[in-house]
Design a protein. Structure first.
Length: 676
């Protein structure tokens, strides 16, 4: 049981097999049973992930380093020249089982499988049913490859793979122009970050050893640092380039603009991207590369600052959005910002234990967020399913009696997201704030700045509670309002002999209940008990833990008061005094429009980047067509003109050619004699 290597490969291979089977045989043979390969592969991968988790845990408990960190290289993938000589490189196709990777694999496979089961009901009757489950399986394969990779090359393969799968799934309904545009936007925006990520990998490869496995590079950098030969500027550049990839994948400012538009895909896809795959990859990358980031304080503070800006900016945008799924989308960006805030606050000058605590806080919030954000998106999908695909909160309300199971599960997710005391989000979010607070109290070059970031985190906590319960009260409280599209959908189901009530079928509500249990209790089980921290802290490369991880009751009480205040404010404005929001909008129309229009960031990109680039490409096109082509045509015309002028010489008369030869020979002889 302690050796996980013989079966570790099954975690990514099972979903890949399901993707191939469903893609080849789903449309014609499996059809409405196309979900079975995806679900069975997900269950199988989860079971293997549990076995890997237990094996690593057993190694940690027994203090056996070789069992707590297991690597299996299955074959030589890339080899050019000799590593260490010139520009040689050697990369194996290897998987890594340690505390961080097995925790991520456990979360990804579990949440993805629950979402796949939910999708059976949500995608029922869709023409692309088989294609959907094939792409979901491929998505899980790419994500598990990413988190289990033992080197940057394999991680990059999974990294680009999840980008491709997100493009396919966001644009799943590709006949809709909005979905096709959203897929292109997601693909292109994330490519910007991925280019920086690739350059960062190449820089590490060229300057810090010619192997791309994590441990080799981390050890090489650490030895250079201890010897005093580390090029600090080069390492900072490499870390910032790696951060570019993380910012793009995790939709952080300024590359956050793709994620809200990704709501054009099916709701299970939104849950998959926001909870278990894609956006979590950026957080995982920075956490995995902590041994590099802690050696460059400037890169650390950039990580924390971008996280805080993203958290606050998108929380302000979420305040005024009327699309329920977009509120949750901006919430995801904001919560990911919290995770980056924690990762960037782990400055070693404030104590090495704070570094580990920062990684634990970020990954713990990533872990709890996966459950309550998947729950919220799937609950929103249940609302959308019942309302005939209407998701505008202004068009429905008072649904708590119409959709009782969806209502209670959404409430569980909303309370967890808002940081309600003793629920999952409360424990993990408080740890994030505690890390920033600790970084601001201890001596380091950016001490005062970290205190400002901590204040931003507190403000964001209050905004999160308010906009989350604004969405909850607008959807489930107030006067009962159901759009006509819901009744049309209702009658369509009845005509086909299906269940006609508005509440979702059990295949959708049971996954909601499962996720609700985790959203409510997983934080309380793993947080105060330190079970999560005691496990993930043994990730290779992290310093030993220290007292910084003890509970900070000041932060806990303060954040609880702020969260409860935000919930109370939302209740007062949208239940007790529902006319207040309209009066506030009228009084602060400028600020309202600024938030409603997402601070016009998309328009700024359009004006200062896209339009100039479009103008430049138009100029290049005109220059190519009318200048370069004209020069080429002129060259051809010139030789044609010369040929036309010499054409009379080629008259086909032998006597003319003989005369020309005699004249030429005569001129040659005269010239020769004159020189003699």
């Amino acid at each position: 049981m302690s050796d996980v290597r013989p079966y570790l490969w099954l975690i990514p291979v099972l979903p890949l097999t399901a993707a191939v089977i469903t893609g080849l045989f789903g449309p014609r043979l499996l059809r409405r049973y196309s979900h079975w390969p995806c679900i069975l592969a997900g269950v199988g991968a989860f079971i293997v992930a549990v076995m890997a988790f237990l094996a690593v845990h057993q190694g940690i408990a027994a203090s056996e380093e070789d069992q707590a960190h297991q690597i299996q290289v299955y074959y030589e993938w890339i080899k050019v020249g000799e590593p260490g000589i010139g520009r040689g490189i050697e990369v194996g196709f290897g998987l890594n089982a340690d505390a961080l990777s097995t925790m991520m694999a456990l979360m990804v496979t579990f949440v993805s499988t629950v979402i796949a089961i939910y999708s059976v009901g949500y995608m029922h009757g869709d023409e692309g049913y088989a294609r959907f489950f094939a792409e979901v399986s491929l998505f899980v394969f790419m994500m598990t490859t990413l988190v289990l990779a033992d080197n940057f090359a394999l991680l990059y393969l999974g990294w680009e793979g999840v980008g491709l799968c997100s493009y396919l799934l966001i644009g799943f309904w590709f006949t809709r122009p909005a979905a096709a545009a959203a897929a292109r936007k997601a693909f292109l925006v994330t490519r910007i970050g991925d280019m920086g990520f690739l350059l960062g990998i190449l820089l590490l490869w060229s300057r810090f050893g010619h192997y791309l496995d994590y441990q080799h590079i981390f050890d090489h950098v650490q030895k250079a640092n201890e010897a005093g030969t580390l090029d600090q500027g080069l390492l900072t550049t490499a870390c910032l380039l790696l951060l570019c990839g993380a910012v793009g994948k995790s939709a952080q400012f300024p590359l956050h603009v793709w994620l809200p538009d990704a709501m054009e895909g099916p709701t299970p896809v939104s849950a998959l991207i926001h909870a278990a795959t894609m956006v979590t990859a950026g957080v995982y990358l920075v956490a995995r590369c902590t041994p590099l980031f802690i050696l460059t304080p400037f890169a650390q503070v950039v990580v924390a600052t971008l996280g805080a800006i993203s958290a606050l900016l998108t929380a302000l945008i979420a305040l005024t959005q009327n699309d329920l799924k977009r509120v949750l989308a901006y919430s995801t960006i904001s919560q990911l910002g919290y995770m980056f805030l924690a990762l960037g606050s782990g400055v070693p000058s404030a104590g090495e234990g704070l570094v580990t605590f920062a990684v634990l806080a970020a990954t713990f919030h990533l872990f709890t967020h996966a459950f309550f954000k998947a729950l919220l998106f799937l609950s929103a999908g249940s609302v959308m399913h019942a309302m005939g695909n209407i998701i505008d909160m202004r068009r429905f309300g008072g649904l708590r009696k119409v959709l009782p199971q969806t209502h209670w599960t959404f409430l569980c997710g909303a309370l967890a997201l808002a940081g309600f005391p003793l629920l999952s989000g409360f424990w993990s979010k408080d740890e994030v704030l505690d890390v920033a607070w600790t970084a601001g109290l201890h001596a380091n070059p950016y001490r005062s700045w970290y205190l400002i970031l901590w204040i931003i985190g507190l403000i964001t906590a209050g905004l999160t509670a308010f906009y989350t319960f604004r969405a909850y009260f607008m959807t489930f409280w107030g006067e009962e309002r159901i759009p006509p599209e819901a009744f049309e959908h209702h009658h369509s189901q009845a005509a086909h002999g299906e269940t006609s009530h508005l509440e979702s079928p059990p295949v959708m509500t049971i996954p909601l209940m499962i996720l609700a249990v985790f959203a409510v209790g997983v934080g309380a089980v793993l947080g105060p008990s330190h079970l999560f921290g005691d496990f993930v802290a043994h990730t290779p490369g992290l310093p030993s833990r220290s007292a910084e991880e003890s509970l900070n009751f000041f932060t806990m009480i303060l954040s609880s008061v702020i969260a409860l205040g935000g919930i109370g404010m939302a209740y007062w404005m949208y239940v007790r005094q529902p006319d207040v929001p309209a009066r506030l909008v009228k009084a602060a129309q400028g600020l309202y429009q600024l938030s409603l229009n997402k601070f016009y960031i998309d328009e700024l990109y359009e004006a200062f980047i896209l339009t100039p680039l479009a103008g430049f490409t138009t100029f290049i096109r005109i220059f190519d067509l009318y200048v370069l082509d004209s020069l080429v045509d002129l060259t051809g015309q010139l030789f044609r003109w010369l040929g036309f002028r010499f054409r009379p010489v080629q008259n086909g008369l032998v006597q003319f050619y003989a005369l020309a030869m005699v004249l030429g020979l005569t001129v040659f002889l005269i010239a020769l004699v004159s020189k003699l």
